[in-house]
Design a protein around this ligand. Sequence first.
Ligand code: BES
Ligand code: MN
Ligand code: ZN
Length: 494
Amino acid sequence: MSVQLNISFAKSSSVAASLAIQLKLSGDLPASGLSEVDPQGVGARAAGIAKFSAKAMTVLDVIAPHGSDADRLTVIGLGKPDTLTVYDWLRAGGVAAANLKNAKKAVVFLDVPGLDVSAAQAADFALGMLLRSYAFDSYKTAKKDDDKPATVDVKIVMAGHAAAKKAFAATEAIASGVVLARDLVNLPPNVLGPVEFADKAKELKALGVEVEVLTEVEMKKLGMGALLGVAQGSVRPPRLAVMHWNGGKAKDKPVAFVGKGVVFDTGGISIKPGAGMEDMKGDMGGAAAVIGLMHTLAARKAKVNAVGILGLVENMPDGNAQRPGDIVTSMSGQTIEIINTDAEGRLVLADALFYTKERFKPRFMVNLATLTGAIVVALGNVHAGLFSNDETLAGQLTAAGETTSEKLWRMPLAKEYDKIIDSRFADMKNSGGRPAGSITAAQFLKRFVGDTPWAHLDIAATAMNSPQTEINTSWASGYGVRLLDELIRANYEG
Ligand code: BES
Ligand code: MN
Ligand code: ZN
């Protein structure tokens, strides 16, 4: 069962808890012992016997001796102090959350001997705990872990507790944005269609986000023939959700984020093979990241003007579905020959990006999309692909990727690739075949962004089917929310 953590910060605490957690630097044990919680030195003795040396992310779990306040003592190793990164604090929090087991109350002693733990680091530790405690299990009716408590009180004890509590208000907003994105990607496609997704966007109104939802009637008036061509094979109508967070100065142009929201991608008439097709419920991972980011920005009252645009469609084969050979006219006026109906994401984004550029004249646009299988082959699930027409934006994104460990790898754009998508019958075609598949998809998008500073993140391998990490054990990672929050935090606030 999913566990709800109630995290608080305090200066000191008696250890009237089921679990006491301490963090240690490598080499610090057994010499310094576990003084706060373990006057009898059981933990230190156990560390000696187990040859536990507090290497990064290792755990020593000890039953507390008779007469102790806590039932269990858990020691988490941090490794060497000079190499500790933001991501290490997240991971340490994740390891702590994983070791709560059946504890109802836990006390974490975060004043690590030999280390000055900052408020930001404590807040990241707490964020790691929240991210790790996520589980998508609402459809599991026969829950196995009935013995686990539904809520756990976690008290983080440290000298700088007041500042840490303040910093945690922001990282808690990040956690809720990531959880929203993960939930949407994990949800089954029968439950989450374009209309239902747009309704999720409307729920952000409660946080002060302005939300507009365009229906097919309005999109038709705008001339969004590329997006509508994808949608026409589904009985579920498309939506374009537009979210505004106005936390900056009234005169400041917004930053813009555009998400591919294909709620299910069968491939359409160019239908995909059956094996693994169920994964295509996650083909809205870009849109999920954008709504998650907007949630985070609003929840932490970020000092920035931001717009989030979601292109929401379902790609189905049907009597009314578009065909290979069809030519559609995009909102930009450019015509597109459909070669492969499975190259649908770029069609959705073509209109969503052009609309965003024309309407908002943003400082920059970043689109996120589970766009190509080729990026899975090129980069695996370690880096997402980054394509950009702007050196500054690309540099800022890469740096945010390093900080958050939602990593990006820059891929090329070049005129030579552009030729591959020239069409015999229209201005361009939607597929250039296998060679440079991720790059030609990016070249296609580039034709709709004009001079606006723009970046395209191909997150096909990083949004779903995620590896198990200290901070995520779910199929959906929520990739992009932490990355883009960091991009804004580091460069576009205040
Ligand atoms: N949604 C897929 C890309 C994808 C593949 C996402 C694997 C996640 C995991 C996209 O719409 C697609 O089908 N792309 C095609 C493009 C091709 C037809 C030019 C692809 O990558 O094969
Ligand atoms: Mn497709
Ligand atoms: Zn797709």
